[in-house]
Design a binder for this molecule. Structure first.
Ligand code: URA
Length: 235
């Protein structure tokens, strides 16, 4: 039995959603899944298994940042999980992105040491699984949900001390900043599992001011993203 995800082989479905927030994991399980069983509560990292439209699926919280996410992802792999879709939030880096917009990452620049340590510091492009990206795009179109698709960056700092960092990322075409996708995609390659990442823009910088999503906008956006993620991982 792994140390932090205290479950046995077979307790988790092969397809798993990975929100950062434990309470979002519980919300997703209670709102979208049927026949739900709680599989983990160690360190408050809530995890559940149930079914979505008849297909087995799990939802497990990763915590914040690549070090925490890496522990959880490694242990999910030990438990037989083969497909992981992160469902999270991000800061928008492009001027045409608005609060509540939905993104699908194709790759994530590793501005984080955990992802870099996994590849011994060598150049590596943490990249999402094409089938999961394709599935998410297909289902977004089918459900009539606009979604931006492109590269993002995973940072190990939320309160960025460099006031010019966001502009440099933006100038390089990165859509958004978050904190877990780079290690998820790197472990996807190393452990031979499929990984993807859907994100809601939860904050943007407008004229130097940090603007944050409202609770109501967040709930609506989480519902849309979760529905899409569940269709993509169970397809
Ligand atoms: N919003 C940000 O600005 N950064 C994150 O890492 C997540 C949400």
């Amino acid at each position: 039995m792994p140390i932090h995800v205290r479950a046995e082989m077979g307790d988790y479905a092969e397809a798993c959603l990975l929100p950062g927030d434990p309470l979002r994991a519980r919300y997703i399980a209670e709102t979208f899944l049927e026949d739900v069983v709680q599989r983990n509560a160690e360190r408050g990292m809530l995890g559940y298994t149930g079914t979505f439209e008849g297909s087995p699926v799990s939802v497990q919280s990763s915590g914040m940042g690549c070090p925490s996410a890496a522990i959880v992802i490694e242990e999910l792999v030990q438990l037989g999980v083969k497909k992981i879709m992160r469902v999270g939030t991000c800061g928008g880096l492009q001027p045409d992105l608005a609060i509540g917009d939905l993104l699908c990452a194709v790759s994530s620049a590793p501005a984080d040491s955990t992802a870099s340590h996994y590849v011994g510091g060598e150049p590596h492009v943490p990249t999402a699984d094409f089938d999961l990206v394709h599935g998410a795009v297909h289902h977004a179109k089918k459900l009539g949900k606009p979604m931006r698709v492109g590269p993002i960056v995973s940072s190990d700092i939320f309160y960025q001390p460099d006031p010019d960092q966001a502009r440099r990322w933006s100038d390089r075409g990165l859509l958004a900043v978050e904190m877990e996708a780079a290690v998820l995609f790197t472990l996807g390659a190393l452990r031979r599992i499929r990984t993807g990442c859907l994100l809601i823009v939860s904050d943007v910088i407008v004229e130097g001011e940090f603007v944050r999503i409202s609770d109501e906008e967040m709930r609506r956006a989480v519902d849309e993203m979760t529905e899409l993620a569940l269709h993509a991982v169970t397809a």
